[in-house]
Design a protein around this ligand. Structure first.
Ligand code: FAD
Ligand code: SF4
Ligand code: SF4
Ligand code: SF4
Ligand code: SF4
Ligand code: SF4
Ligand code: SF4
Length: 705
């Protein structure tokens, strides 16, 4: 925007304010006969916010206010310390009434933060709330030019001039009210998705819970104990899984994925692919007229199945058959066929007999449901830590990941809870835990962020081996210990007292002694400033976490963005952490960023509460940024119809002519059609061509350059 200028130049520009240029241009603006009311002469009020010293520290507020007063159509200008405060808003309300204003400009922070606040104030002053425009002079002004007062001041003037040009042409708009379907959807049934679904169901809302795996529970069902209380993960999880399975208002769909999403808040039409499980539930059997049939989980089929595969739930360390359940506590307790390994020998069908639960010809089904709101709770996967070759995962047998450790130490795991070395089944006496494995890593191979729960679970792991293996010595290699939660620091002290040895420094590499299969760790102790060489029996990598596979596909279906690091993006990190920029779609749990179980459950409860509000209200207002067809200009060519990514446009016959028609509830105001129409027949409400041209003119012609 504005380049740095001398004060003199700025002053001379001020004299020939853009008034003449802009008003001339504005007057010449194409007289598009839009679906709008006649405008009375524009009288714009400008309010400049100090934001304490956030803006005032870098922007000369009195100078900017004087400049604003000189702009065309500006009838009033004022400034205040905190415009979003009650007195700040009262200034707007009073000024509208006292000065007969037709439009409001607030020069402050980002519209993401306070546009709704100032729209409300505009409405309370008696104007249509869409007669408001925000000039961002904080995030895009003072904050990025904090050491250039003159430049920041000029840029603030530019931003205000452009906003005033638009505010002069703003029109009254009426949001569209649409009814909200009394149903919700939760995608992913880990602890986050289960909690959210239970909360919604308990609030009387019909909830579809969609889980891609054959059972619910997510990663938490793979854990042994949970920090800092050390209660058994399954013991606290299983009752919730059972509650979900029993809840009347929850329609649980396992082996299911979202295939397509259409619509908007209040009215999402979701297509779900129910993958062929190969096994009928009792209800499905009954629907097919098989009396007393369907799977009862007896396991006879598993016993006779000849195909043996690694069980992914046990991180491949235990076998499973081609017809399987992950573990005895699965919900629902229904067997599933792994089609990739089933040889269709039919032995299972034979042994299942009269229950007639197995259908080897079962096909995927597509199910369509309508929901008012949706929550994404798709969780995480471990980062493939073998990419960090220096730590020897998948190269040396006795280097395992933290999730493999969880299964090895768990009483229901592959070794019955006895921690043994994968190479020889011997109980290790020296175990090293390598923290930040692939996290806080700016090499381009790992992840730059902190995975947030690995410090704590590594402390837990150290405790678990001390508890189970007499004489064992855990070594914890760490960069910093992040024990930020309630009772977490106390847990850290406890593990220190129990005898774990802590070494501060990242491990350079891990090598293997080929004879003993012991591991040699090369590291640096940054506290003592000396290199360390340590031989241990086993290494556990606290691997980084990343969004679950398929997250990207799912988020795109729901129109949700992701942040630079790949996690799903919330609407605002502080003020709207559960919402997304797609109205009606919310986030819960780790899919948004690493969280331990308490934070995951809290975020799920927040998301459920937010998702239930529009449903309980029964209707929502849609922002009126729809495209409108100016019928007398439309040639009915239909070229815009296929361009619309939301299928909001169609051609209709009207008075003997073919013209385009917009389904307003489907239009997201993206502007694609408006920018394309060769005849200029599409009017984008609130972003209309004359408004945008006025902004460009204000920038180019009236600019300070
Ligand atoms: P997940 O548990 O990952 O659940 C996501 C669910 O969504 C899964 O069931 C998945 O199959 C499903 N899904 C994914 N994509 C789709 C899709 N596209 N469609 C449908 N379904 C989908 N935290 C603690 O507080 N205490 C501990 O002691 C502890 N120990 C841990 C130990 C280890 C080794 C690790 C790695 C983590 C540990 N954690 C611990 C963290 C804990 O695992 C998480 O906080 C918790 O599991 C997050 O739950 P979630 O529901 O967000 O995600
Ligand atoms: Fe700060 Fe925005 Fe409030 Fe002004 S309106 S005080 S810029 S937060
Ligand atoms: Fe279910 Fe039939 Fe297998 Fe028994 S034999 S677990 S009823 S599919
Ligand atoms: Fe196993 Fe498939 Fe044979 Fe059934 S048909 S026993 S699932 S291999
Ligand atoms: Fe490293 Fe601890 Fe952060 Fe995990 S939680 S990335 S181990 S600092
Ligand atoms: Fe009408 Fe323009 Fe669409 Fe053609 S592209 S149908 S002229 S609105
Ligand atoms: Fe479709 Fe046009 Fe609306 Fe975009 S602005 S959603 S292209 S109708």
């Amino acid at each position: 925007m504005a380049e740095k200028k001398t004060k003199k130049e700025t002053a001379s520009k001020k004299k020939e304010t853009p008034k003449a240029a802009v008003s001339a241009k504005t007057e010449k603006a194409p007289a598009v006969k839009a679906p709008a009311t006649e405008q009375k002469k524009a009288r714009v009020g400008v309010f400049i916010c100090h934001c304490g010293t956030n803006i005032a520290g870098s922007v000369d507020i009195p100078d900017v206010q004087e400049y604003a007063k000189s702009l065309p159509n500006v009838a009033f200008a004022d400034n205040y310390q905190y415009m979003c405060s009650t007195p700040g808003q009262s200034k707007i309300i009073a000024a509208i009434k006292e000065n007969d204003l037709t439009g409001i400009v607030v020069a402050a922070c980002s519209p993401r933060l306070h546009e709704p606040t100032f729209r409300t104030a505009t409405k309370e002053g008696g104007l249509n709330p869409f007669r408001f425009e925000m000039a961002n002079i904080r995030e895009q002004g003072s904050w990025v030019h904090m050491h250039d007062r003159e430049g920041a001041t000029d840029k603030a003037k530019d931003a205000i001039r452009i906003a005033v040009a638009k505010a002069s042409l703003l029109q009254d708009l009426v949001p569209k009210t649409v009814p909200v379907e009394h149903a919700a959807m939760v995608v992913g049934a880990g602890i986050a998705g289960m909690q959210a679904a239970l909360d919604l169901a308990n609030a009387g809302i019909k909830t579809y819970l969609i889980e891609k795996n054959p059972t619910i529970g997510g990663r938490m069902s793979q854990l042994d104990k949970t920090f800092p209380t050390l209660d058994c993960s399954q013991c606290i999880l299983t009752p919730k899984m059972v509650d979900v399975g029993r809840a009347e208002n929850i329609d649980l769909m396992t082996c299911a994925e979202v295939e397509n999403v259409e619509g908007y808040i209040g009215n999402f039409d979701v297509t779900i692919r129910r993958k062929a499980r190969g096994v009928l539930t009792p209800a499905e059997a009954e629907a097919k007229g098989i009396v007393g049939g369907g799977c009862n989980g007896c396991g006879d089929c598993e016993a006779v199945c000849p195909v043996i595969k690694p069980n992914p739930f046990e991180m491949g360390m235990k076998p499973r058959k081609a017809i399987y359940i992950y573990h005895p506590q699965v919900v629902p307790l229904i067997y599933t066929i792994d089609w990739d390994s089933c040889i269709k020998c039919g032995l299972c069908v034979e042994v299942c007999g009269e229950k007639k639960a197995i259908d080897l010809e079962m096909k995927d089904e597509l199910v369509k449901v309508k929901v008012g709101t949706a929550i994404l709770a798709t969780g995480y996967d471990l980062f493939p830590i073998e990419k960090k070759e220096e730590w020897g995962y998948k190269k040396y047998e006795n280097v395992v990941t933290s999730l493999e450790f969880e299964r090895l130490i768990c009483a229901s795991g592959p070794t019955g809870g006895h921690l043994v070395r994968p190479s020889d089944g011997v109980t290790p006496k020296k175990v090293a835990f390598l923290l930040c494995a692939g996290s806080r890593d700016n090499t381009g191979v790992g992840k730059p962020y902190c995975s947030r729960f690995c410090c704590m679970y590594s402390l837990k792991h150290a405790h678990q081996i001390i508890e189970k293996i007499p004489g064992v010595q855990p070594y914890i290699f760490y960069m910093d210990i992040r024990s930020f939660g309630k009772m977490y620091e106390e847990f850290y002290y406890r593990i220190q007292d129990e005898g774990a040895k802590f070494m501060r420094g990242r491990v350079a590499n891990v090598l293997e002694d080929p004879d003993t299969k012991n591991l040699l760790i090369n590291a640096e102790d940054t506290l003592l400033n000396r290199p360390i060489k340590l031989e241990v029996d086993m290494v556990v990598l606290a691997a980084a976490v990343e969004p679950a596979a398929e997250t990207d596909r799912t988020r795109k279906l729901f129109g949700v963005s992701r942040s630079m690091d790949g996690w799903l993006l919330e609407a605002h990190p502080k003020l709207n952490p559960c919402g997304t920029t797609t109205a009606g779609v919310f986030l819960a749990g780790v899919c948004q960023g690493p969280k331990d179980i308490p934070d995951t459950v809290a975020s799920a409860e927040g998301a459920a509460s937010a998702a239930s509000i529009p449903i309980h209200k029964g209707e929502v207002e849609l922002e009126p940024y729809f495209a409108q067809c100016i019928e007398e200009k439309c040639a009915g060519c239909g070229m815009c119809v296929n361009l619309c990514p939301y299928q909001a446009l169609s051609l209709v016959e009207k008075e003997g002519r073919t013209v385009m028609q917009v389904t307003e509830a489907k239009c997201k105001g993206c502007g694609t059609c408006g920018g394309f129409c060769p005849g200029g027949a599409i009017w984008m409400q609130h972003f209309a061509t004359p408004q945008i041209i006025a902004q460009i003119d204000a920038f180019l012609i009236g600019g300070a350059k």
